[in-house]
Ligand binder design. Structure first.
Ligand SMILES: *Cc1c(COP(=O)(O)O)cnc(C)c1O
Length: 493
């Protein structure tokens, strides 16, 4: 059987252009009446190249493509650092209310008072949960929030008349951290981790100086561990005249339990699509509101929603603002549909429910960690936060790599965990079960991982290297796919 053909009921689906049957059409249209040509000879002479297809073919094409989606609505998705949790349908229902879904950002303010209030109320929840005095709502993703926080830091430094251009970033940071710092014109100076998987405080202190603008720290960090010296880190960077940026992508582990302001944070983005429940992972909209300390609040970007005693207003221009805004990050006022989902989620959970979600997320991760510790190798001693990190020492001398192991999981019906990230451990396997998975689901996953680990140690490397066997495609040339993607269909010559 050819590798690319349909198997079982998993159907191979050619591009819609490859299914072109010239002359076919979904509708019967009468011949157009004669018209007077007013195009001055500029009319198109060639056909526009749309494929000819009947309606059932089009419906099947898109329905089959939709079935190739892999997501949290079909299966367990243990991808670390991503918080792939169930998104309650209540949030979706709220986001689809026509009064919220059908408004336009250019409507007069008087006609969207409710929407502005919703943005303001979402901001209020985020400020209350974090204890921070201000929040910039417009960033469209976590990485965009990092950019926002760093822009505010730059503006604050400019205001002080200081040009500090170095940003300290731990080795274990998500790739967006150094990328955002570089995009803001800073140079990135890495800080090593200790053998406990935390920032090396002494190494960090040794790097401090008058040219350091900020430290960017993820807490809990990407090893799934709480940075227990976070207060000392904050104090050290502040004493050196810099700012403390916290990557809040892992906020799901601490929401309702830790007041971020108490840690000395100056800026932190919150991935609403992770912690506060919006479907994500397919490149759809997210939101990365960025909470700011009193020191950075005046430099928050525009636009901002303000209540002036009479009603809600949008501050769009620096001249209308009391502060010294660092600029504008986005065309309009942020990802409104994501705000609706986040607010629906927060209000339906309540403060106590959010706290319990964080506790359950941590409990589930520790369940995986403890149940798997005998068969896989945990990277660090002690309990974890919301993700369990293992490395590839359990595969030593087996001839099986982390990649082979992950591919074998696909044949077992599980999406692999995050692999090879964070980079501070060898052959990382990072699992984030989230609070919404049941014990039964976790037990099934644990049993499969144990069986595979034992099979690998028993010397069955060939089976692992041949995996996956059951997917429509086997192993892809991922490097070429990433470096030389073919994004355009060209008709066969
Ligand atoms: C997801 C994530 C980011 C980036 O967030 P996006 O919304 O994908 O831009 C940054 N840091 C960490 C630790 C993350 O997990």
């Amino acid at each position: 059987m050819q590798e690319s053909s349909s198997r079982g009921l998993v159907l191979e689906q050619p591009l819609i252009f490859e299914q072109d049957t010239p002359g076919q059409c979904g509708v019967d249209l009468p011949e157009p009446p004669p018209v007077i040509d007013r195009l001055g000879g500029l009319e198109r002479r060639e056909p526009i190249g749309l494929p000819g297809l009947a309606e059932p073919t089009v419906v099947r094409h898109y329905t089959r493509l939709s079935q190739k989606n892999y997501g949290i609505d079909t299966v367990f998705y243990p991808l670390g650092s991503c918080t792939m949790k169930h998104n309650p349908r209540f949030n979706e229902k709220m986001a689809r209310l026509s009064g919220l879904a059908d408004i336009h950002p250019l409507q007069p303010e008087s006609t969207v008072q409710g929407a502005l209030e919703l943005i303001d109320l979402t901001a209020h929840w985020l400020k209350t949960l974090t204890g921070m005095p201000a929040v910039a709502m417009s960033p469209a993703a976590g990485a965009h929030g990092e950019f926002c926080g760093l822009m505010a830091i730059r503006a604050a430094l400019d205001d002080r008349g200081e040009s500090r251009l170095r940003v300290l970033v731990p080795d274990s940071a998500h790739g967006t951290n150094p990328a955002s710092a570089a995009a803001c014109g800073f140079t990135v100076d890495p800080i090593p981790a200790t053998s406990r998987g935390r920032v090396d405080l002494a190494a960090m202190k040794a790097k401090l100086g008058g040219d350091v603008a900020a430290v960017m720290l993820t807490n809990p960090n990407t090893c799934g561990l709480f940075e227990d010296q976070v207060m000392e880190i904050a104090e050290a960077i502040h004493r050196a005249g810099g700012y403390f940026y916290c990557d809040g992508a892992n906020y799901n582990a601490i929401v309702g339990r830790v007041r971020v302001a108490d840690l000395g944070v100056d800026a932190m983005h919150i991935n609403l699509h992770k912690t506060f429940s919006t479907p994500h992972g397919g490149g759809g909209p997210g939101a990365g509101p960025t909470v700011l300390s009193a020191a950075l609040a005046p430099f928050a970007p525009l636009p901002a929603v303000l209540h002036d005693g009479k009603g809600f207003r949008l501050i769009e221009h620096a001249a209308q603002s009391d502060g010294k805004p660092c600029g504008r990050l986005k065309g309009f006022h942020g990802q409104f549909g994501v705000f609706v989902r986040a607010l629906a989620y927060m209000m339906s959970m309540g403060g106590d429910g959010l706290r319990q979600a964080a506790e359950d997320a941590v409990l589930n991760a520790n369940y995986l960690l403890s149940e798997l510790s005998a068969d896989l190798t945990p990277s660090f001693a002690g309990p974890c936060m919301h993700e369990a990190l293992f490395d590839d020492r359990f595969l030593k001398d087996s001839g099986v790599t982390t990649l082979d192991f992950a591919k074998a999981l696909i044949d077992e019906g599980y999406h692999p965990m995050t692999m090879y990230f964070p980079l501070v451990v060898h052959g990382a396997l990072l699992m984030e079960p989230t609070e919404t998975e049941s014990k039964a689901t976790l037990d099934g996953f644990i049993a499969t991982l144990r069986r595979l680990a034992r099979q690998a140690k028993a010397g069955d490397a060939a089976a692992f290297r041949a995996a996956p066997q059951r997917t429509p495609r086997r192993r892809l040339d991922e490097t070429t796919a990433a470096r030389l993607p073919i994004l355009r269909w060209t008709p066969p010559g």
